[in-house]
Structures are given as structure tokens and as C-alpha cells.
Design a protein around this ligand. Sequence first.
Ligand SMILES: Cc1cc2nc3c(=O)[nH]c(=O)nc-3n(C[C@H](O)[C@H](O)[C@H](O)COP(=O)(O)OP(=O)(O)OC[C@H]3O[C@@H](n4cnc5c(N)ncnc54)[C@H](O)[C@@H]3O)c2cc1C
Length: 511
Amino acid sequence: MQTTSELDFRQISWRTYKKKAVNEIVAELGNKDIISTDDEDLKTHGYSEWSTVNLDTLPVAVAYPRTTEDVAAIARICHKYRVPLIPFSGGTSLEGNFSAPYGGVSVDFAFMDRILQFNKDDMDVVVQPSIGWQDLNQKLANMDAGLFFPVDPGPTAKIGGMIGTNCSGTNAVRYGTMKDWVINLTVVLADGRVIKTRRRPRKSSAGYNLNGLFVGSEGTLGIVTEATLKLAVIPETYSVGVVSFPTIREAAAAAAGVMRAGVPVACMEIMDDVQMRVVNLSGSTAPRTWKELPTLFFKFSGSKASVAENISTVQAITSRNGGEDFEFAKDEREQKLLWSARKESLWSMLALRKNDEDVWSTDVAVPLSRLADLIEVSKKEMDSLGMFASILGHIGDGNFHESIMYNKNDPQELEKVERCVHNMVNRALNMEGTCTGEHSIGWGKKESLLKELGQETVDVMAMIKQSLDPRWILNPGKIMDVPWLPKETHATKADVAVTPIRRLTKQRASE
Ligand SMILES: Cc1cc2nc3c(=O)[nH]c(=O)nc-3n(C[C@H](O)[C@H](O)[C@H](O)COP(=O)(O)OP(=O)(O)OC[C@H]3O[C@@H](n4cnc5c(N)ncnc54)[C@H](O)[C@@H]3O)c2cc1C
């Protein structure tokens, strides 16, 4: 690794490079619509109201490629001019993952949203990055495929970003996370070369596992333009049940008991009393309302006999842990309402904001046996803030989220929230946990990553980045700092691109 003293950055007027890079992209692709510099477009591609962190910079342009070849050309040109490239799919990530600290071009795949190949007999599908997981499942249902894609993060998330964050969701306890469903990727590298990571069998031990490298790399190593994904068989039947508990510790202990008993639940989610109140207030399951107590949500799936057996085992475990009145959704409509109340809980919370309020929503994960301790202490600290704050999470994976409403213009409130989140992360790390179970690092959790894995491990990540993207143009500043840029350099004006390049000579240093 080069040291900071050998390296530096220089600011390049975007006006100089905009003309060159944008004109060259338009000339090469022969389509003016491929690039937008519209202010609103720049804002939606650099700012997110549900992200824990937003920067005072925006991308300087948004590119809308139609094909892998378009993406390769954009990368080649941006590589030549050392302009940062930030892939953008659904824009639902939560840790400033697609923010533009050094300006650059956001690459939005909105026009690359098709199923390219459906191999029903092989139970796989080849898709472009901008197809949403919900749209994919709707299309599979329309084809009467009997198959579905089980990874379910934010409702409007898309496959490219889901690969970027190695996301999961409520189904992960049964089906695993995004990395488990990727067979093969087509990836455009920083300099415009195009590679495929594998062919199409469901397993392969040929060479390095490049899928494992690109999944979760947050657009910092390559740009995914096609993905071959495994599909799962739709279970014969579903049932959704809800059970409340006097305390969050008892709810967490019941969840751990279900996991240790080896019951193959399809989903197991926790919501605290505050989050249940949010569901009631949002009216999203009206006319039905719920007890405002710590609650576990279960989804059971499989054959009718196996579902009945799993329900009875879970009922026994929850009642041993203080669970009251197991209630079931009456019909399919109620099942959907109940589940969407869980999936949209963040939006329900956002809908309750007043004036300048924001919601800080972040996650950690710990080994199962530590979950009850972690949740109980974190909940106590959150309640002592005197702010509207809730806990919810994918408890079967030892993964939970804190969501805290605060006034972003009040420095004291901001400081309180930051401290509370840091304490939660530190507690999780002290319990051999991780600073993020599914939201990834982005801009917001770089220091936590360093604490979690240590400098040497992060240096190995930087070496991989360096060898695949020597000019650090791919989503720079995410996961780890650009080694030769001081942290404060992201505070540039939107019309200036700071390219993360090295100062070549001493003379240049004074330019
Ligand atoms: C209401 C709500 C609920 C949520 N629930 C969950 C949940 O249950 N589980 C969970 O895991 N997450 C959840 N999230 C977070 C979010 O949905 C996930 O992080 C999701 O994976 C992001 O997908 P996206 O398409 O929105 O990605 P984006 O936000 O567009 O991008 C995410 C990252 O991937 C990179 N990227 C995007 N496209 C590509 C590409 N083609 N090639 C390479 N890199 C790319 C981006 O540069 C960025 O770093 C939730 C969010 C919301 C708003």
C-alpha cells in the first residue's frame, strides 16, 4: 500500500471534464437521453431521505445506459478522465451507499429492467440489474412458473443494488441471503472490460469465487449488468401467526428457542411495543389493530401437515416464554396486510414525522445466544432518550434494527442519536457480532467496519480494490476511505468533481 505522504488528490474543474466526458459518452453512444444533468435528477441520485447519512455533494450527471456495451463505454470514458462512477438501482440502501462524495456520474439502470432468459426446468433466471425483486416475482407468477425469488429487502429494491449490499430480508432465516442465490454475474470492470464470473450450473468449484467478491462490494469493484439467479419452489401452503409478550427479553428468548429447536420457520420477525403502535397508527392493517406489546411475527410454509406441526411446536415454545394468545391471519388478504405492515414499517415511521424530523434506521447482528441481552440493553438506552424510537428485526438471524426519530437541525438530538447508535454497534461488536447484518457499510459505517475487522483486514480489502480499480473511480469512499484523500475532501460543491487520483510530482502538489 502506498502511504498518504506519497499520494494526494487534485481538484479538477468539472466544467473542463464535463464537456470531455459527457460529450464523449453521448458521441460514442449516439443518444443524448443517455445523460441527464437535471437538478432534480442529481438530487434523487445523491440524496436519500431514509439514509442514516447524507453528504453535501451530489453526482454531476446521471447516465441511463440501455445495454452492457453502453455501461462498458461509460466506464471506459470515465476511467480515461478519472471521473467517479456510482452504480444506482432502487436507491433504497440506508448507509449513504450511493451518495456522491466526490461528484462523478451516477449510473442508473432504469432502462435495464428485463428478464433476459427464464430456464424453468433449471429453476433459474437471467435478469438485468434494474428489475425489482417484487416485479420479478410478479412476472414469475404471471408465467405460472411455480417458482419465486425469495430474497426480500426494501419493497422497491432492485437486483443490482441487492447484489451490491448482499441484502437479505424476512425470508433469510429460511432461504439465506443474496449471496446464496447468485449463480453468475456479468460485470463491467472499472476500465470497461466485461467479464462473467461463472457459467450456469447451480454449483461450481472452478477457480476463485468471484461471485463472493462482487456480491456485497457495493459497486466498488465492478458494475453488475446481468445476473443469473436461482429460484425456489413456491410452498404448497402458508400461514401467518402473531404472538405478543410482556417484555422484549421474553420475545427474544422465545425466538432463540424456536431456532434452537430447529423449527424450519419461513420467517420470524420481532417488533417492539413502539413499532406495533406505529402499525396501528399507520392504519395499514385496518380495521384490524394489534396489542402494543413486544411481538413476534411468524410465517410458516410447506405442506399442510408440516405447517400444522411447526405451528404447534412454536406455540409450545412461545407460551413457555410468556407468549400470550397466538393469533393467526384469517385469510390470504390478512396475511398480506400483516406482512406488508412489517415490510413497510420504516415508511410507516417516516409517515409520522413532523417538520424537520428524520428517522435514523440501522442494523447490527450477533450470535443467537447474545440476542436477548443485546436487545434488552439497547431498548433500555433507546427508551431513555425521550425520543420516538423502536426496535424491529429479523430475529431468527440474530439481526435487528433500531429506528429513531430525531430533529436533524437540533445538534443535541443528533448527538444523542449518534451516541445511542454507536453504543448499540459497540455492544454488538463486544458480543462477537457485526456492525451490519444486511444494510452494508456504505459511507456511514466505515469506522465501525474498522473496529469490527481491524486495519489489516480492511487493508486486504483495499488491495483488492486497488488491483481491480487502480484509479479508485468505482463508488469511491464507500466501505473504506480513498487512501490518499483526507476525509473532509467530500465537502465540495456540486459543480466540482474531485477525482480520487494521485499527485504525480512534487511540483504538482503546489498547483
Ligand atoms: C422500507 C425499507 C425496508 C428495507 N428492508 C430491508 C431488509 O429487510 N433487508 C435488507 O437487507 N435491506 C433492507 N432495506 C435496505 C435496502 O432495501 C437494501 O439495501 C437493498 O439491497 C438496496 O437495493 P437497491 O436496489 O435499492 O440498491 P441501491 O440503493 O440503488 O444501491 C445499493 C448499493 O449497491 C450498488 N449498486 C447498485 N446497482 C449496482 C450494480 N448494478 N452493480 C454494482 N453495484 C450496484 C450501489 O452503488 C450502492 O452501493 C430496506 C430499505 C427500506 C427503504
